[in-house]
Design a protein around this ligand. Sequence first.
Ligand code: GLU
Length: 375
Amino acid sequence: MKKFSIHFITVFAAVLPLLAPLAQTQSKNAAPQATNSNEQTVQNNKALPNVMILATGGTIAGAAKSGAQAAYTSGQVTIDAMVNAIPEVTKIANIKGEQISNVGSQDMSFEIMLKLANRINQAKDNTSVDGFVITHGTDTMEETAYFLNLVCKPDKPVVLVGSMRPSTAISADGPLNLYDAVAVAADPNAKNRGVLLVMNDWIHSAQTLTKVSTTAVQTFMSPIRGLIGTTAYGVNEYYRYPHQKYGAKSEFSVDGATKLPRVDVIYAGADMNADLIDAAVKLGAKGLVIAGVGNGNMNKASLDACARASKQGVVVLRSTRVATGNVARNVEVNDDQMGLIASYGLNPQKSRILLSVALLQPRKLDEIQRLFLEY
Ligand code: GLU
């Protein structure tokens, strides 16, 4: 029996990508109108909402040689094979899929993020799309989610989803996560709550979520502000709207942008060397985020280097390496005197995203500080 199971999993893993064409031919009602060569439509039932899945890769599309091994390769399984693993999804939505990229999210680039944002903004008024699901690796999911939250304006749910276990693992978490994400993206009650992330029954806001475990299935948390809601097999419950700006109220646009300005993150610690701050400035950083100790602190040599960087026109922001809590202005550091910005509730990786987007156009320091209070 044991032998059979292992053999079955191996064969299933090998066969998954091959199911793609089958999914297409089995769908009697498949709408043939594809707007580009990547696009696939699974069915077209007029009574159901239409969800566009934009696939980028990650563990949810990962495969291993066996169901019980830690090593695997991200981004192996195509979008249609993922959807084919959850036939129940065709009862809750019509699925249209597009493969945007197929990378582990450690390789997520601003180029791919811009492609995603442009695709969503382009399809936002398309009446045949009611919601978007983005499949993504979990490593940098919070950055992509927060980026899209700043620059996408659809009046439709945008939901990121991933998994911690590859598609071939024992108890793979991807299929149910994907089903739940589609159920939220297809739900009119999920509208106007900003970009969301659905994994392991929880609905998070892009603004609050953060990855807290390298391996555990419940890896995403929304400390302090809490969840947007919960979901269980298509039954969604919502508790709140995010209070920061996003979507239609966001002042940001990436229309026409092809890259983002360089912003580096420098991790603070006891007896840290200040020369990395000077080096980043020399290498052309337009912004610097210090993942400070405590309330965005760093040693005196580093603070002096930050003040020097600020005088040269580099925007220097104090965030924190601590998991929760705000970094406020002028508490232990005289930000006014040193020309620094405080991150308030944003962690270093999301601070880097906000600063990069903000620096797409020239802005004064007090305006940048306002952005960190409002977004
Ligand atoms: N490195 C992988 C990624 O981010 C693993 C994380 C995951 O997807 O769970 O794509």
